[in-house]
Design a binder for this molecule. Structure first.
Ligand code: NAD
Ligand code: UFG
Length: 337
């Protein structure tokens, strides 16, 4: 099976490419390097010892994206490409809507033209907005609190409508919780540009000495230690979830929706403690006010993915922190180290 991976040079995409190649799928990768670089593509090839076609193409560039479909017989698409920074999306919403929505529309129009009927889409737990309780199941009400989240919810709707109109189309919406960790080799990991927005890369950069201290956003939430609780999932477990989705659902028309999380919640202070253990250093932190828009707790009920896909996360919080540290300590400046 030949799989087109959009955004395959990015954090989750690159780890998924490695798992796909290891499982003997053929892949074709497209990325415009908006938030990644060629070194990530070279690393996928080095880790797996396998080659594949790579196209530096923007999904908004219909003509060049079409060449990918003309030059390769594609059987399925795993669609990671998109802009993902929540805060930035409130400052430049039109760019987020144009990139994420128009890019996906062009991709899906070409899929239709070239009779490609399987798509697995990177959605997010952000589509649950402010969940009324935890753990979250797939049938919870959906809402969003920022333009980034709205692009995910709109794309879920667009893909659902497309599946209703085309009885051959299979759409799998994977709602990720909080991916962290890195490849075991220490050669591949998350490489955020500038100051990280997310907790784990921030903690890792404090540990390596690039940032002074962690700012804990609020310790007055109704959680065991007062700090925010999330469902952190190892990026390799997440990557394997995509293989399962392709294996089980690719040839079943309709819309399939799964939470990809572990079902466990960890607080900000739990994460700092686990990272201290992994790196063998104390991680300084201060308590700051809450970050606007944050919720107290968010974790998945992942039972549907286990039942229907035969998938469950197997890597625990220690392994997530150890693998992040191996990558961060050997690559303090990411792929440019
Ligand atoms: P990432 O930024 O590392 O990867 C996204 C990749 O897409 C980048 O390599 C970027 O260059 C590329 N890209 C963006 N716009 C493009 C375009 N128009 N044409 C071609 N390439 C384009 O992000 P990630 O963490 O790997 O996330 C992958 C997907 O998963 C995204 O859709 C993201 O919204 C979603 N997601 C991520 C998280 C998370 O916490 N990392 C959580 C939930 C969902
Ligand atoms: N946090 C801090 N300090 C920081 C960064 C984060 O205390 O410097 C706290 C947050 O307040 C929150 C927790 O750490 O309690 C996790 O925050 P992240 O920013 O790492 O992750 P979020 O849960 O806020 O959001 C992430 C992605 C979203 C995605 C969501 C669910 O950024 O796009 O996970 O998948 F929708």
């Amino acid at each position: 099976m030949n799989i087109l991976v959009t955004g395959g040079a990015g954090y989750i995409g690159s780890h998924t490419c490695v798992e796909l190649l290891n499982a003997c799928y053929d892949i074709v990768v497209v990325d415009n390097f908006d938030n990644s670089c060629m070194k990530a593509v070279d690393t996928i090839k080095r880790i797996t010892g396998k080659d594949f076609p790579f196209y530096e193409v923007d999904l908004l560039d219909r003509e060049n994206l079409e060449k990918v479909f003309i030059e390769n017989k594609i059987d399925a698409v795993i669609h990671f490409a998109g802009l993902k920074a929540v805060g930035e999306s409130t400052q430049i919403p039109l760019r987020y809507y144009h990139n994420n929505i128009t890019g996906t529309l062009i991709l899906m129009e070409l899929m239709e033209k070239y009779d490609v009927n399987n798509i697995v889409f990177s959605s997010s737990a952000t589509v649950y907005g402010m969940p009324k309780s935890v753990p979250i199941t797939e049938d919870f009400p959906l809402s969003t609190t920022n333009p980034y989240g709205s692009t995910k919810l709109m794309l879920e709707q667009i893909m659902t409508d497309a599946a209703k109109a085309n009885d051959k189309l299979s759409v799998t919406l994977l709602r990720y919780f909080n991916p962290i960790g890195a490849h075991k080799s220490g050669e591949m990991g998350e490489d955020p540009q500038g100051i990280p927005n997310n907790l784990l890369p921030y903690v890792a950069q404090v540990a390596v000495g690039k940032l002074e201290k962690v700012h804990v956003f609020g310790n007055d939430y109704p959680t065991p230690d007062g700090t925010g609780v999330r469902d952190y999932i190892h990026v390799v477990d997440l990557a394997i979830g995509h293989l399962k989705a392709i294996e089980v659902r690719a040839n079943e028309p309709g819309v399939h929706i799964y939470n990809l999380g572990t079902g466990n919640g960890y607080s900000v202070l739990d994460i700092i403690k686990s990272f201290e253990k992994a790196c063998g250093k104390e991680i300084p932190y201060v308590i700051d006010p809450r970050r606007p828009g944050d919720i107290a707790e968010c974790w998945a009920n992942p039972a549907k993915a286990k039942r229907e896909l035969g998938w469950e996360a197997t890597r625990g919080i220690e392994e997530m922190c150890e693998d992040s540290w191996r990558w961060q300590s050997t690559h303090p400046n990411g792929y440019n180290s």
